[in-house]
Design a protein around this ligand. Structure first.
Ligand SMILES: *[C@@H]1O[C@H](CO)[C@@H](O)[C@H](O)[C@H]1NC(C)=O
Ligand SMILES: *[C@@H]1O[C@H](CO)[C@@H](O)[C@H](O)[C@H]1NC(C)=O
Length: 200
């Protein structure tokens, strides 16, 4: 067949896939900044069982996150407001160089079979991004994960530890990190959110 044997053709295909992937990484990575792409498609972690959207509503402070381009300030928080059984409003804010910046979005339960798999969009022109509640007790902490496949070649993920208070004891932060790790989500690069001086 065309002078190639099977394995040679396969090697060529693999090289081509690799070349295209590297090109994608080169073009997309600058757009997403600090995000590190991981090879392969998104993991499918278990999410919070029998998730109760209403109990999740209200104010959550960001304690830690995987580094992202679009969050550069401090004092990150989100205020979730219940709209219907499967939709909510979210107002997220941060303080960047002394200026309060807020952004409003809408959220939905995308699949009633998995109510903890929320989707959030901050613009009418953008599709819902996954916002999966991996674990929460509603009153202290929440462990949130978002992952997007890029052509099934690699994926970009975001992870957040949220709390009802601006700070969490180290033991609670460790426990949240263990939750990610137990689901094979690498949070070794997670950084602590600056929540100092936010209420002044
Ligand atoms: C959160 O949103 C609700 C509904 O819009 C509002 O009543 C409440 O004051 C907000 N809380 C904070 C802390 O912004
Ligand atoms: C929301 O869900 C509750 C309980 O399942 C149900 O009683 C209520 O009618 C629902 N409301 C709407 C607006 O769908």
């Amino acid at each position: 067949m065309w002078g190639f044997n099977g394995s040679c053709l396969q090697a060529l295909k693999a090289n081509l896939t690799m070349a295209i992937s590297l090109m994608l990484v080169a073009f997309i990575v600058p757009l997403v900044g600090a995000q590190v792409p991981h090879w392969g498609s998104c993991p499918e972690p278990d999410v919070q069982a029998s998730f109760n959207l209403k109990l999740f509503m209200g104010r959550w402070f960001e304690i830690g996150r995987l580094p992202t381009q679009f969050e550069k300030g401090g004092c990150m928080e989100s205020n979730f407001t219940f709209k219907t059984n499967n939709s909510f409003r979210v107002v997220s804010s941060q303080i960047q160089k002394g200026t309060l910046r807020t952004i409003e979005g809408t959220g939905v339960i995308e699949d009633q079979m998995h109510p903890a798999k929320l989707g959030i969009s901050f613009s009418y022109v953008l599709p819902y991004s996954p916002y999966w509640i991996l674990s929460t007790d509603y009153v202290n902490t929440a462990v949130v994960y978002s992952c997007t496949d890029v052509l099934r070649v690699f994926h970009l993920d975001f992870a957040w530890i949220l709390a009802r208070t601006r700070t969490l004891p180290e033991s609670a932060v460790d426990k949240a990190k263990e939750t990610f790790a137990s689901k094979n989500i690498d949070v070794t690069r997670m950084i602590a959110t600056n929540q100092r001086g936010c209420d002044e």
